[in-house]
Design a protein around this ligand. Structure first.
Ligand SMILES: NC(=O)c1ccc[n+]([C@@H]2O[C@H](COP(=O)([O-])OP(=O)(O)OC[C@H]3O[C@@H](n4cnc5c(N)ncnc54)[C@H](O)[C@@H]3O)[C@@H](O)[C@H]2O)c1
Length: 251
């Protein structure tokens, strides 16, 4: 019987691939035999991360998701590396936390620029290739903030809600080409993005009190959903934001 979750030999681009979530999922896909292209703004971390992946056939490149030429180049790198582009996971993102009264407009704009416009620019560059080759699977990392309203999250939550809706529109536009577009919505996970906030006891207590399963998520908690959405098993799932959150969005 064929394994529906088999990603061996698949060419997968991981944007934000040097970060906590991106690098973790990249390593898991690499362990399962995928050919990974790590793309990230942080060039030093790209080399470290792509060089440290298990198995062979991986590469890396610098990527700025706010620059469409850079997005096109990253997609080209992945195609050159794997012969095609079976999958793309976009885990590039930033978190700016401040009350609406104090939030610098520049932080709001940067959040929209990277978390939303970046998802469109990279998404459509990957989408073009997937349409031309007759299909593909694309995943972005949204958040429980796509749905829940935390105080001080005007920039982040607005961007993540927009990302959820962008996912739906891209899914509808590209469905006829067999390109699946989905998002994963994690609850808070300890990574370089969240560590500075989780170090504050009040923030940590606020988050923990709202997770019905009573623990924080880990990067490993996302592996199953990422594998589903990037393997043959998930080929007919599209337009969805799947929450991996221990019930955080239920209460
Ligand atoms: N950590 C959490 O608690 C959590 C929860 C829900 C959702 N998320 C989302 O998951 C994604 C990954 O977050 P993480 O926790 O791994 O954070 P992280 O900071 O560890 O990784 C984010 C990566 O994105 C890269 N990046 C930033 N701007 C970029 C740009 N313009 N172009 C290309 N790359 C860029 C950074 O260099 C970094 O490597 C983000 O979208 C984040 O919003 C995180």
């Amino acid at each position: 019987m064929t394994d529906m979750f088999d990603v061996a030999g698949r060419s997968i681009l991981i944007a934000g691939g040097a970060g906590g979530i991106g690098s973790g999922i990249a390593a898991e896909l690499a362990r399962r035999g995928a050919k990974i292209t790590i793309a990230d703004l942080n060039e030093d971390a790209v080399a470290r991360t792509s060089g440290g992946l298990p198995g062979d056939g991986h590469t890396g490149c610098r990527l700025d998701v706010t620059d469409e030429a850079s997005c096109a180049a990253a997609v080209e790198t992945a195609v050159a590396n794997g012969g095609r582009l079976n999958g793309m996971l976009n885990a590039a993102g930033i978190l700016r936390v401040a009350s609406a009264l104090e939030l610098p407009a520049a932080d709001f704009k940067a959040s929209m620029d990277i978390n939303v416009t970046g998802a469109l620019l990279l998404g459509r560059q990957a989408g073009k290739v997937m349409i031309d080759q007759g299909g593909g699977q694309m995943v972005t990392i949204a958040s429980v903030s796509s749905q829940v309203a935390n105080p001080n999250y005007a920039a982040y939550a607005t961007s993540k809600a927009a990302l959820m809706q962008l996912t739906r529109v891209l899914a509808v536009e590209w469905a006829e080409h067999q390109v699946a577009v989905n998002a994963i919505g994690p609850a808070v996970i300890p990574t370089p993005l969240s560590d500075p906030f989780m170090a504050t006891p009040e923030f940590r207590a606020y988050q923990m009190a709202r997770i019905p399963m009573g623990r924080m998520a880990t990067v490993e908690d996302l592996f199953g959903t990422a594998l589903l959405l990037l393997s043959p098993a998930g080929a007919f799932i599209t337009g969805q934001t799947i929450y991996v959150d221990g019930g955080r969005t239920l209460v």
